[in-house]
Design a protein around this ligand. Structure first.
Ligand code: SF4
Length: 230
């Protein structure tokens, strides 16, 4: 993972985990954050927790009240019923209170499959739930920044979408990586997308990956050097 080493050095890994939420709280937080700025989804999450202290109360509340509580995020009218449906499904499957701590006892692939079999939970949400939460399970989310950088480096094909990219990029990781290593990888790629490999005008001229990046080399009119192993 040549790009991993260089980006981790560039952005100062190891990175501190930003969340200590339990898995279910992380899942709801991820659902709220879909296509919403961090500040707004954080506000929606805080308001929801203040209005309904338990997830069972959110599940059983009138949907209009949940919608009002999460108003700062985008599409609260869609997210409120979806969140309640997710909570109902988890309760039904687990036969009791809403809780996801049992996922800690599953292999990563099984835990991901369990979450992704819930309607409205995709690979990014399942990975974020497992990795970012206090479970610290080594599942790798791929956000738009991570996806763009990986695509420009040629780690995935130009037509591979964010969803299918999860399996392809995860297959490139050493299988024995722990949660911190997977987190560092994701964060380093994400930071690179935010700070250098911009969507419109990537700063290829100052990029630490330029010598092995086909996209950057093509932009600057130079041939890319052979990749020292992906
Ligand atoms: S060389 Fe350019 S396109 Fe390639 S990773 Fe760096 S900034 Fe992105």
């Amino acid at each position: 993972m040549w790009a991993h080493e260089q980006l981790c050095a560039e952005y100062g890994a190891p990175f501190r985990f930003f969340s200590t939420k339990d898995a279910l709280s992380e899942l709801i937080s991820a659902l709220l954050s879909h296509r919403t700025r961090n500040q707004e989804s954080h506000k929606a999450y805080q308001q929801l927790r203040a209005r309904f202290p338990t997830w069972e109360e959110v599940r059983d509340a009138p949907t209009a009240e949940v919608e009002a509580a999460i108003n700062p995020c985008t599409w609260p009218e869609q997210k409120a019923p979806r969140i309640q449906a997710v909570l109902r499904e988890i309760s039904q499957r687990c036969g009791g209170p809403c809780d996801l701590t049992f996922l800690a006892d599953m292999p990563v692939a099984e835990a991901r499959a369990w979450l992704e079999s819930i309607s409205g939970v995709g690979p990014k949400t399942s990975a974020a739930t497992l990795l970012f939460s206090s479970l610290r399970i080594p599942a790798m989310p791929v956000d738009s920044h991570h996806h763009r950088v990986a695509q420009r480096l040629g780690l995935i094909g130009p037509k591979v979408g964010e969803g299918p990219a999860h399996k392809l990029l995860e297959a490139l990781l050493p299988p024995d990586w722990d949660a911190q290593q997977v987190y560092d990888h994701h964060e380093a790629f994400m930071f690179h997308g935010q700070k250098c490999c911009y969507f419109h005008t990537p700063a290829c001229g100052r990029c630490v990956l330029l010598s092995q990046c086909p996209f950057g080399q093509a932009r600057l009119g130079k041939p890319a050097e052979p990749t020292p192993g992906k």
